[in-house]
Design a protein around this ligand. Structure first.
Ligand code: TYD
Ligand code: MG
Length: 454
């Protein structure tokens, strides 16, 4: 056989990008002296690296199906995010801002799991003493949980192989490094290589691994989505520091639905789950306040009532400010343009601030109408009634589009004492809802007319 020609490839240690030429500064991430040579044998035959063994091929219908039994974590909200519990041999990434409660959550889960199976908690951040103290303080069942302070992936896998745990936690993946990658600990290629080795280990030993990942400032885990493709389940912990509520959301799940939401509260005694969260994101002010609107959003398989607050104030800056907490800033800018073009309401000389109560992040476009009506309410200094709920998506032509699960949203609102609803015409119920007056709207102008008639 012809000797394979060695092709040279250069890769950046920091961001993982590859180039055909060396450079002093990485054109992708702008880091200096991070580009190193990587040798790759070029294809020497049409079969590339054929090793002499053939893998079996079978029709998809004849693949033997085995039930994947789920391990319940002891927290039903966490199980819900995982799609019904933890699957053996799976790797779950738990991401979130530092301090949001990832370690606390996993310590609680692991202590409970350790009562029925072998669980190994690997810490690269806190000392075993700190973790043990926390378990004591939270009065967790800590008799059987195994702890290890280690950051080298080879050592972790060797130890895990010896002890054969069924569940392992790596806290955090950013502190891990592997002797097989030459780059500095903490760099993207180290994190990626460490995660790949741990994933390989999980699949071969049928154990479930939780990887804790800190989110970087840009909102990604250790650089641009470098881990998501090798991991089975990716979930993010959200919540801001001034609220005690924490929301966990799956953004990728090979074993279940995504966007299922788990809701928790951080208390002095650790993380507590909230199994009926539908009304926790309401501020419940005693008096109606201008700028406040309540909407029903749909998260995973259940409705949530969420209050949005707007403050519109005269701007003295050249560029008026558009500041949002809980919704995307670009969505707000688009909604303000629609409000101007189709509602005739100008805001170019106004600062607009939007806050979603309770630190929940809203990705759903069904929130559009409530956001716009909260803005007009603040601008006109006219409160919306406290028994009014609003939902509906707004299109660029000023049309109000329907949202999924309209009936269920209305039912939830009625259950919580709401008596009036401004909703898309296509979502209007066929039969009358007892105790609910519905204002079906087709265009933004209809909605603006509806609120001035209230
Ligand atoms: P932690 O789990 O260490 O966060 P992460 O691992 O995501 O960085 O959580 C730390 C925060 O949680 C800290 O700010 C204190 C708070 N906390 C409580 O409020 N109550 C508790 O019982 C515990 C253990 C932590
Ligand atoms: Mg931590």
């Amino acid at each position: 056989m012809k000797e394979g020609k060695v092709k040279t490839l250069f890769a950046c240690d920091s961001c993982g990008s590859t180039f055909s030429k060396w450079a002093g500064q990485c054109p992708e991430c702008q880091e200096w002296n991070t580009i190193k040579e990587q040798k790759q044998p070029a294809a020497s035959s049409p079969y590339h690296g054929y090793s002499g063994a053939l893998s079996p091929v079978q029709p998809i219908s004849q693949v033997t199906l085995s039930n994947t039994p789920r391990i319940t974590t002891g927290m039903s909200e966490f199980d819900r995010v995982l799609g019904g519990g933890l699957v053996r041999g799976s790797v779950v990434l738990v991401g979130g801002d530092p301090g949001v409660g990832k370690s606390t959550c996993l310590l609680q889960v692991c202590c409970r799991l350790s009562e029925k199976m072998k669980v190994l908690y690997v810490t690269g951040e806190e000392s075993p003493q700190q973790i043990a103290m926390r378990a004591k303080r939270l009065r967790l069942p800590d008799q059987h949980l195994l702890l290890m302070a280690e950051t080298e992936v080879g050592n972790i896998c060797a130890t895990a192989y010896q002890h054969q745990p069924q569940v392992m936690v790596i806290d955090s993946i950013q502190t891990m490094h592997t002797a097989t990658a030459s780059s500095a600990p903490g760099s993207v290629s180290q994190v990626r290589e460490s995660a790949a080795q741990l994933t390989h280990f999980a699949k071969h030993n049928d154990l479930a691994i939780f990887l804790v990942g800190h989110v970087t400032k840009s909102g990604d885990i250790a650089g641009p989505r470098v881990l998501e493709h090798i991991i089975d389940v990716v979930c993010y912990f959200e919540g801001n520091s001034d609220s005690r509520y924490r929301v966990m959301r799956a953004v990728k799940n090979r074993y279940g639905a995504v966007n299922e939401l788990g809701v928790f509260a951080m208390t002095e005694n650790g993380l507590k789950e909230i199994s009926n969260p539908s009304a926790i994101f309401l501020s419940r002010l005693a008096e109606p306040m201008p700028g406040s609107a309540v909407m029903v959003i749909w998260e995973g398989s259940r409705p949530l009532l969420v209050e949005v607050q707007a403050l519109v104030d005269e701007s003295h800056a050249e560029n008026p400010r558009r500041i949002t907490v809980g919704i995307e800033q670009n969505r707000l800018i688009m909604l303000l343009a629609v409000l101007h073009r189709h509602g005739g309401i100008i805001t170019y000389n106004q600062d607009v601030f939007i806050n979603v109560v309770g630190g929940v992040k809203i990705n759903e476009t069904g929130a559009d109408l409530a956001i716009l009506l909260s803005i007009t309410s603040s601008l006109q200094d006219k409160p919306l009634p406290t028994d009014l709920i609003i939902f509906g998506e707004i299109g660029l032509a000023g049309e109000i589009r329907p949202v999924p699960n309209g009936q269920e949203r209305l039912k939830e609102a009625v259950k919580h004492g709401f008596r009036r609803a401004i909703i898309p015409k296509a979502n209007a119920p066929q039969e009358k809802f007892s105790g609910l007056t519905v204002f079906p709207v087709e265009k933004l102008s209809d909605a603006l007319a509806a609120i001035s008639s209230l």
